[in-house]
Write a protein of this length. Structure first.
Length: 551
């Protein structure tokens, strides 16, 4: 585009499964994060509810069949020598599954129905008065929680699934593809990347329940571009899959496809259009007292983006962009069908418009940006698992890039957030600072800090107030050998649930270039996380050896 990049991201990852984050542009749609061993969004209020109950004395393991065999042997007075216990392990396992399901129904009275109906077994024995809520307006929803009863309605869907923004983005992309060069430039061969990593972690469930496990992480991508600098088209595809040796309920898979077209017009005008599709199958675990139940959920994301750049002269440029994203989440399926498939996460439509004005003076760039984001959210749950909101951001930006490779970026402004039905409304400061500084003897120092509203990766029904600081130090020992280390600290305040999450961590990494296209990576991460309301303390060590290649 016409506008130079003002900010760069140099991040130390708090998630050992992802590794260091490379510089990237912010998008309005991110992958659903796993939340401390419980499904995201609904995790906090459910955890507060189940923390005080103990329904079964089941050890903290994900191997239900092994546990059933062990208990059958114990009843027979031996350790697996009883022939009758061996002859019917499957029937004993089914009996225990039915017993676990009965305990779940007694505790939560979870009965999937199509209309709001009280649960007779629970309503006769316990009060039918709703639980007190901190925010009365959160009482609107489709899931009704009572003292020890719960009923589920058919969720109220988002009003728009076929968005005009997607059709407009598709039309814009088609027009740009037609106008782009049909013949590929010589040398624009597909770029293929791949990596495979073997991890060992002390916290496979991402929760306060320490479960050690090995897992394999596989990534790959392919990128093809046609055209030249004035008109080009590009397609991209990438995938990621993880497989655990024991905790298979945590296995994840994702696939992303995107198409992009760019056209530079006369009189300093530029157009860019992008269409993308992403599908994710996310495995997680639901902790209820000492019982752990695996869950799986399918999520699809459709998005379209259009950008328009104008050269205003005198080294000044203006960029306007519009983005529409649709997130559709399927029902959550529970391990061994202990609970019927249930809607635990809401569908969303995110509409965003943004503008940025930039002026370049030598090595410096100055400007300002503004954006407005409207989220239309499906109403699921009581209290609601997620709320609609409107967010507005305005900030001033400055950047410097030196000839020695050093750079610095600063953005200062404010963010306004308003929740549905006026449940929350506040303006908070927003900031971000980044720097890269080459040092003598092959060292390089990178750092970043920021504060902003977080509306995607949050346990809260609305959003969280996120502050984070990161620092990295790298050293190039030889042409094909580099080492690095980094630290991070993060503070996240849930706006409605009033839970505070504190995280900190450190990592060390070494990369050896075996060939021009093959790298071998060794990395160790250590992270701590504390949640105040849940009174949870997590400590995770993750180490891996990986092979990364570029073709």
């Amino acid at each position: 585009m016409v506008v130079p990049v003002l900010m760069t991201n140099c991040q130390v990852s708090e998630n050992p499964k992802i590794g260091p984050l490379a510089a990237h542009a912010t998008t309005i749609s991110t992958q659903m994060a796993k939340v401390a061993g419980r499904p995201a969004r609904c995790a906090t209020w459910l955890a507060i509810r189940v923390k005080t109950f103990s329904i079964m004395q089941v050890p903290r393991t994900v191997d239900a069949q092994a546990f059933a065999k062990k208990q059958a042997a114990a009843r027979s007075g031996s350790h697996g020598t009883n022939l009758h216990a061996r002859a019917q392990p499957q029937s004993d396992t089914r009996r225990r599954r039915r017993r676990a399901k009965k305990h779940l129904i007694r505790l939560f009275a979870i009965v999937p129905v199509q209309a709001r109906k009280p649960v007779p077994s629970a309503s006769r024995r316990f009060t039918s008065k709703p639980l007190p809520l901190r925010h009365p307006r959160m009482a609107e929803g489709a899931l009704t929680i009572r003292a020890r009863s719960m009923t589920i309605e058919t969720p109220r869907p988002v009003t728009r699934y076929l968005s005009p923004g997607l059709f407009g983005g598709a039309a814009c992309l088609g027009l740009l593809l037609v106008s782009a060069e049909a013949k590929a430039d010589p040398g624009t061969d597909p770029k293929i990347t791949g990596s495979i990593e073997q991890h060992w972690t002390t916290n496979a469930l991402d929760s306060d329940r320490a479960v050690t496990d090995w897992y394999t992480l596989l990534r790959g991508s392919i990128d093809q571009q046609w055209g030249d600098a004035d008109a080009n088209a590009r397609i991209h595809a990438d995938f990621e899959a993880s497989r655990y040796d024991r905790a298979s309920i945590e296995d994840d898979r994702s696939l992303a496809l995107s198409a992009e077209a760019f056209r530079r017009l006369e009189a300093g005008l530029e157009l860019r259009g992008t269409l993308s599709y992403r599908v994710l199958s996310t495995g997680d675990d639901l902790g209820i007292g000492p019982l752990i139940i695996g869950t799986r959920e399918l999520k699809q994301i459709f998005s379209a983006q259009g950008q328009f750049g104008v050269d205003l002269g005198n080294a000044t440029s203006l960029t306007i962009e519009a983005t529409e994203s649709i997130e559709k989440v399927g029902d959550t399926h529970f391990q061994d069908d202990l609970i019927s498939p249930t809607k635990l996460h809401a569908d969303r439509i995110l509409s965003q418009v943004a503008a940025r004005l930039t002026r370049t003076v030598g090595e410096y760039a100055f400007g300002g940006s503004t954006s407005a984001l409207l989220a239309s959210v499906e109403r699921v749950g009581f209290p609601p698992l997620q709320l609609s909101f409107f967010q507005y951001t305005a900030q001033a930006e400055a950047a410097f890039k030196g000839k020695d490779g050093s750079s610095f970026g600063l953005a200062l402004g404010a963010q306004y957030l308003r929740g549905a039905d006026g449940i929350y409304e506040r303006v908070l400061p927003a900031w971000q600072a980044n720097f890269v500084k080459p040092l003598p003897k092959g060292f390089e120092l990178r750092g970043t800090c920021f504060g902003r509203y977080e509306t995607s990766d949050t346990d809260d029904p609305l959003a969280s107030w996120l502050r984070r600081a990161e620092l990295e130090l790298g050293l190039k020992l030889r042409e094909n050998l580099a080492v690095g280390t980094g630290i991070f600290a993060q503070l996240k305040d849930n706006l409605l649930l009033e839970n505070v999450e504190r995280s900190k961590g450190v990592y060390a990494e070494a990369t050896w270039g075996a060939t021009r296209s093959l790298n071998i990576v060794f990395r160790v991460d250590y992270a701590q996380k504390e949640k105040t309301i849940l009174d949870e303390h997590e400590s995770t060590v993750d180490a891996f050896v990986g092979v990364r290649t570029n073709i």
